[in-house]
Design a protein around this ligand. Structure first.
Ligand SMILES: *Cc1c(COP(=O)(O)O)cnc(C)c1O
Length: 348
């Protein structure tokens, strides 16, 4: 692996108290190119714009995928990753679906560790602060043929981020017309195009006073799937319900970690389809206690209300919510404030 050192760190110019998510990037980036049927020598080089041919197929046919993960600093200054094996496995699963070549897991881990080690000063300690890590792969070949490219690039870039939570109420709209991912489509992959297709319907929902959309199955719009970049949990009665992963639902690392933590706390978790009518009914008969989203960026995001076909529903207020307990349990593991019986934490 080639490492090209920076001349001078940019870190002095960064205001860590006023970070806007994903807008400031660290000193280094990881790059590796694929050509002639093989990956070349990976490099870690100073963060900078890249050159891309205007005919690069990623720009025309969306042959592009990404991942999202974080590095955390504990109170002793040690740096930790959370289940990084899951991210490279999922990146390769996404790659397969988009006809992009597999990237070797060991090379990914080695590059990731070296990169985070070089950028470790960019991670602030304290719950909520982290280095958001964005691995991505795209077709870089100069060619407008509508077929899989023969050249690709994988990169990893890093952005220091602080707590994602705003204090306002989060209200979501349940989709009854637009769809995120059809059965048999690319919904389970972190494919760039999955997100572009959500921007327009989400903007319409924002104009109606919601922040996000809860997607339903594309065929019938009767079953709840997930939000734009979050999986969803519903606390109804004494059961925590989340949709089973499928080819239209992203298999979130946060989701599966929360399921394990909740079960170990004796909470009954049901991984099953939840219909919109069951949700509306549960809200009307007051058995719906909480809704929350889960994802690397937000960790756990409590949802305060939802709208469906013009009708609005409010969640009850609770002092000691399950969402906040689970968030605290998960972040305690991520920031090395408690034991990690699961073996999820990986030291850098
Ligand atoms: C990334 C993502 C999630 C959350 O996955 P995590 O691994 O928990 O970060 C959920 N849904 C979609 C559509 C996503 O892209």
């Amino acid at each position: 692996m080639i490492i090209r050192p920076i001349q001078k760190s940019k870190i002095e110019s960064v205001d860590f108290d006023n970070l806007s998510f994903g807008t400031i990037f660290s000193d280094y980036m990881f790059v590796c190119d694929y050509a002639d049927g093989a990956w070349g020598e990976p490099e870690i080089i100073p963060y900078a714009p890249i050159q891309l041919d205007p005919s690069a197929s990623a720009l025309h046919y969306g042959q592009a995928i990404f991942e999202g993960m974080k590095a955390y600093k504990d109170d002793h200054g040690d740096v930790w990753l959370f289940r990084p094996d899951q991210n490279i496995k999922r990146l390769n699963k996404s790659a397969e679906r988009l006809a992009i070549p597999q990237f070797p897991e060991d090379l990914f881990q080695e590059g990731l560790h070296k990169l985070i080690d070089l950028d470790r000063d960019w991670i602030q300690s304290g719950i909520g602060n982290s280095l958001y890590i964005r691995p991505f792969m795209f077709a870089s070949e100069a060619c407008v043929q509508a077929s899989p490219a023969k050249e690709y690039r994988i990169m990893i870039i890093c952005a220091p981020v602080s707590s994602y939570y705003n204090s306002g109420e989060v209200r979501v709209k349940i989709a009854d017309h637009f769809s995120r991912a059809p059965q048999g489509g690319t919904g389970y992959a972190k494919a760039a195009g999955n997100y572009a297709g959500q921007f327009y319907p989400t903007q319409l929902a924002i104009d109606e006073g919601y922040q996000q959309i809860i997607w339903t199955d594309a065929a019938t719009h009767q079953y709840i799937e997930e939000a734009g970049t979050m999986n969803l949990f519903f606390y109804i009665g004494d059961k925590l319900i989340t949709a089973p992963t499928s080819d239209s639902i992203l298999d979130g690392v946060t989701r599966k970690s929360l399921i394990e933590i909740a079960k170990d706390h004796g909470i009954e978790v049901e991984t099953r389809q939840l219909s919109v009518s069951e949700l509306v009914e549960a809200s009307k008969n007051n058995s719906l206690k909480e809704i929350f989203g889960s994802g690397t960026a937000v960790v756990v995001l409590p949802i305060h209300g939802f709208g469906y076909k013009g009708e609005n529903f409010q969640l009850p207020k609770s002092e000691d919510s399950l969402a906040l307990r689970l968030r605290s349990d998960l972040t305690s593991i991520q920031y090395n404030r408690t034991d990690d019986p699961y073996g999820w934490r990986v030291k850098v």
